[in-house]
Design a protein around this ligand. Structure first.
Ligand SMILES: [Zn+2]
Ligand SMILES: [Zn+2]
Length: 255
């Protein structure tokens, strides 16, 4: 299984894209940079999209991708009912832009599927399980298992308490968030995000419970504090005894 990091940041610029991951060129995890991070040809390769939650930085390119896929085929869009409801609210029956759940009438761009936490799904040959994570709105992380049995866990946005997922997953790679350095903890903690120190706690619990700790890739980084975050993450990596790498646009991970 190959994972292509399309966007690894929480704010966008010409060199930093919003969070999106693409599994084997086909399965998208979050939609922060599905158009900004892919050519038109690559965009057409997407067979299904999974959304972690309804914050704008995670679904933004559902809108921009919608127009480039119109009249080609209908794309399955998986999310919790809360997230699908928020998207339908955003589309507002086509008031500001096409309502991609209903337009074009004969072949709507997206076909919504409700994800139930804890209930495994088969998505384009991959086994997908959603697990609730602590955030300021309803949010899930996904464990995706390839047809060959390789597993990745992507947390989406999460705050302290991510460890509630650990009993249910056994990934070969964890992709999670660290939104900023330790000195921002008082601000990031209450807004449902992790600092390097908080990540250390969650990973220590993983090792304690599972008896191993896979490599970790960190995304949703604040670009203005990237270097500081990188130094702190490096220290955590040494302390917990596994490789923790900061994600970056164009990175390809073999799982
Ligand atoms: Zn969020
Ligand atoms: Zn976010």
């Amino acid at each position: 299984m190959e994972i292509h990091v399309l966007g690894a940041y929480r704010t966008e610029s010409s060199s930093t894209h919003l969070v999106s991951l693409l599994v084997d060129g086909r399965l998208a995890l979050d939609a922060g940079s599905l158009t900004a991070g892919l050519s038109f040809t690559q965009q057409q390769g997407i067979d299904a999209i999974l959304l972690s939650h309804h914050h704008f930085d995670h679904f933004r390119d559902i809108v921009t991708l919608g127009l480039s896929r119109a009249r080609l085929r209908s794309t399955p869009l998986y999310a919790t009912q809360t997230t699908l409801d928020a998207l339908a609210y955003f589309f507002d029956g086509g008031r500001y832009y096409p309502d991609f759940f209903h337009w074009p009438e004969d072949l709507p761009v997206y076909e919504p599927y409700t994800v139930q936490p804890g209930v495994p799904l088969e998505v384009e040959g991959y086994r997908v399980e959603a697990h609730p994570v602590p955030h300021t709105v309803a949010a899930v992380g996904y464990q995706v298992t390839s047809p060959e049995g390789r597993r990745v866990f992507y947390s989406g946005d999460t705050g302290a308490g991510l460890a509630v997922c650990w009993p249910h997953v056994s990934p070969h790679l964890i992709i999670t968030e660290v939104s900023g350095p330790e000195r921002w903890r008082e601000r990031l903690g209450p807004s449902g995000h992790l600092t390097p120190g908080m990540l250390k706690e969650e990973l220590s619990q993983f090792r304690h419970l599972k008896g191993y700790l896979p490599p970790v890739v960190v995304v949703h980084i604040n670009p203005t504090a990237r270097e500081e975050t990188a130094r702190e993450v490096e220290a955590v990596s040494r302390e917990v005894g596994t490789a923790i790498t900061l994600g970056t646009e164009g990175m390809r991970l073999e799982v």
